[in-house]
Design a protein around this ligand. Structure first.
Ligand code: CP
Ligand code: NVA
Length: 307
């Protein structure tokens, strides 16, 4: 593993290893306090963040290294310095770069032009750190991932794409219910289908939330308007009517089903407050696990024992 740009690039064994290491790091954090001793992580943000910023910054600190928050507004990148120069220069100073961008190509370019590991902290296309965290959380709750089904109800966005890849690599079926016009990207689905075929898992796309959640062990949703789509908020709220995760929808899933959300959540839009804050919701355990799985990612990419 040289970078974490897409879960599609990882093998099932690498995903299983990250889940195991994430759980080990969570259980015994002190054992890993020198794993990235003296290492530096540059963290570029073109978009807002609470979880990603804090969990990476605290995570690298807990591993003995240091994180550096770089708002794209403050560094020269925001004034038009090329990604290529940014990548080459940062590579002379730091041991890893984490980036949250609009264009997915920007993260690929950071990896191609730089010489240090690059971690995708969310692009318009993918959110691999969150989806790795999510399969780790599923593993923690159910003791396994293989044979389970995750139903995603909502926009066919970055979160849906990365969950599709993560589910296949973790041996899980993935169902995605979206309104017409809000389906996942066709090219990304083609890659997901290849992963699912290799894993022997299923990808189901439907416009029916009820069909998606039937038999699901996890019901997952995300905001209807992602960062950068604020202008579409009103239209999207109208177009997504019928796609709110409610108690009635949860009741159609498996009896043991849990509710997950990458956060931030809009209660009363994609999820009702009673589900989001109810007994089946594991959103805060999920958010916590960002810290642990990303420490596992940094150990594998930047740790002293990394290849
Ligand atoms: N889930 C997630 O990535 O949250 P932030 O946008 O707060 O980082
Ligand atoms: N789909 C959301 C995820 C936020 C963590 C967005 O891109 O804004």
């Amino acid at each position: 593993m040289k970078h974490l740009i897409s879960i599609h690039d990882l093998s099932a064994a690498q995903v299983a290893d990250l889940i195991d290491l994430g759980r080990a790091v969570k259980a015994s954090p002190a054992q890993y306090r020198d794993a990235c001793r003296g290492k530096s992580l540059a963290m570029i943000f073109q978009k807002s963040s609470t979880r990603t910023r804090v969990s990476f910054e605290v995570g690298i600190h807990q591993l003995g290294g240091m994180g550096m928050f770089l708002s794209a507004r403050d560094i020269q990148l925001g004034r038009g310095e090329p990604i290529s120069d940014t990548a080459k220069v940062l590579s002379r100073y730091v041991d890893g770069v984490m980036a949250r961008t609009y264009a997915h190509q920007d993260v690929i370019d950071l990896a191609n032009y730089g010489t240090v590991p690059v971690i995708n902290g969310l692009t318009d296309l993918l959110h691999p750190c969150q989806a790795l965290c999510d399969v780790m959380t599923v593993h923690e709750v159910f003791g396994k991932t293989e044979g389970l089904k995750l139903a995603y109800v909502g926009d066919g966005n970055n979160m849906a794409h990365s969950l599709m890849f993560a589910c296949a690599k973790a041996g899980m079926d993935f169902a995605c219910a979206s309104p017409e016009g809000y389906w996942m990207d066709r090219d990304v689905v083609a890659l997901g289908e290849a992963d699912a075929q290799a894993a022997g898992t299923r990808i189901i796309e439907t416009t029916s939330p009820e069909e998606a959640v039937a038999g699901a062990h996890v019901v997952y949703t995300d905001v209807w308007a992602s960062m950068g789509q604020e202008d579409e908020q009103v239209k999207r709220v109208a177009d997504f009517q019928g796609f709110e995760v409610t108690e009635a929808l949860m009741d159609r899933a498996d009896r043991a089903a849990v509710f997950m959300h990458c956060l931030p959540a809009h209660r009363g839009e994609e999820v009702s407050a009673d589900v989001c804050d109810g007994p089946r919701s594991i959103i805060y355990d999920q958010a916590e696990n960002r810290l642990h799985i990303q420490k596992a990612v940094m150990i594998r990419l930047m740790g002293h024992e990394a290849a």
